[in-house]
Design a protein around this ligand. Structure first.
Ligand code: LMR
Length: 329
């Protein structure tokens, strides 16, 4: 392998890749928790395919979807140990490693994908990205999924007060916990691959997620009501083990970066389309009752959530909040 790495020219890779044994290839193990036909699953596969083509098969990105290798709570540690080299967790899930990232979880912080992207490219966003280095990680980009909607089993959640008393599944983020406990719900941090079962056996009543996550895991089949609230952004942080990254030859690093930025552009389109398609499927399916928040209701939700902003500010100061597209609280 060392010989091969040393032999890599800036733009060329060994051409006789069919002859390379598994040991001679550069293997990047990429683990994630969602299905293959989701915004993340599709992008991961495209990344693997392009890397193989462009390196003449020298670089093999092995994708492990659906938590088959590591579950939510395990993948960060596996990455730190270099058991896997790449993950793409939701931003909420990196908050146990870099808590300041929970700014992205603040309810109604962003109204559009563009606002999220602009925030991440700005000064404060770049500081958030830089924080991974100290944790032995490198952030190589960000992928979209979509905006979250609320679903519940027995009645519609039209106003925040409707959340009272519900067992709500959340991703592991203190801001998400605050968001629901503020209104008297019990927020439960559960792995994504347990959500369907937990809705099925009644451990949880309700949950928040993007349309593509709801539909790809059939969560709507266990829920009677959905509120199209678009109250929070769900996107992914592309992380690589820093020691592994630093050990890659420059040409491999460049190829990864170029390919990821191309895939990311494609991925955003796909993510937005998939979420739209899933919404129209749910609208047609006659399987869940849908309520779209009116402008007036949305305004009331936003105001009701302002204590969550105070909570964040109390922990991390005003810096990250003040750069949000509209300053809240
Ligand atoms: C979730 O746990 O709901 C999501 O983070 C799953 C995912 O990766 O989209």
């Amino acid at each position: 392998l060392l010989f091969l790495l040393a032999g890599c020219q800036k733009t060329s890779y060994p051409v006789d890749y069919e002859q390379l044994s598994a040991e001679e290839r550069l293997v990047i193990r990429f683990s994630h928790v969602v299905g293959e036909d989701t915004p993340k699953g599709l992008a991961a596969r495209k990344f693997a395919k392009l890397m193989k083509e462009r390196s003449n098969g020298y670089i093999e990105v092995q994708i492990f979807p659906n938590s088959i290798l590591y579950k939510d709570g395990e993948e960060m540690e596996a990455l730190s140990n270099n058991d896997i080299q790449m993950i793409a967790p939701a931003t909420s899930k990196v908050t146990s490693t870099v808590p300041e990232w929970s700014v992205v979880d603040l309810p109604f912080a962003f109204d559009s994908y563009e606002e999220v992207h602009a925030y991440m490219q700005g000064k404060v966003g770049r500081q958030l990205i830089g924080k991974f280095e100290k944790q032995g990680l490198v952030m190589l980009g960000m992928w979209d999924n979509g905006f979250k909607q609320l679903t519940n089993r027995e009645y519609p959640i039209n106003m925040p007060a409707d959340i009272k008393g519900l067992n709500m599944r959340i991703m592991p983020s203190d801001i998400l916990e605050q968001q629901f406990e503020l209104f008297g719900a019990s927020a439960m941090k559960l792995d994504f691959n347990n959500v369907f079962q937990s809705l099925d056996n009644g451990l949880i009543d309700a949950q928040e997620n993007t349309l593509s996550n709801i539909v790809s895991k059939s969560l709507h089949l266990k829920q009677g009501y959905m509120t199209v609230s678009n109250h929070g952004y769900l996107g992914y942080v592309l992380l690589m083990n820093k020691e592994f990254w630093d050990g890659l030859p420059e040409n491999v690093q460049l190829l990864i970066q170029d390919t990821l930025s191309e895939v990311s552009e494609w991925q955003r389109e796909i993510a937005h389309q998939l979420n739209e398609k899933d919404l129209s499927e749910l609208e047609k399916c006659d399987c869940i009752q849908i309520h779209n928040l009116s402008e007036d209701e949305r305004q009331q939700w936003e105001e009701a959530f302002s204590p969550v902003y105070d909570f964040y500010r109390g922990r991390f100061g005003a810096k990250y909040i003040n750069s949000l597209p509209k300053i809240k609280g």
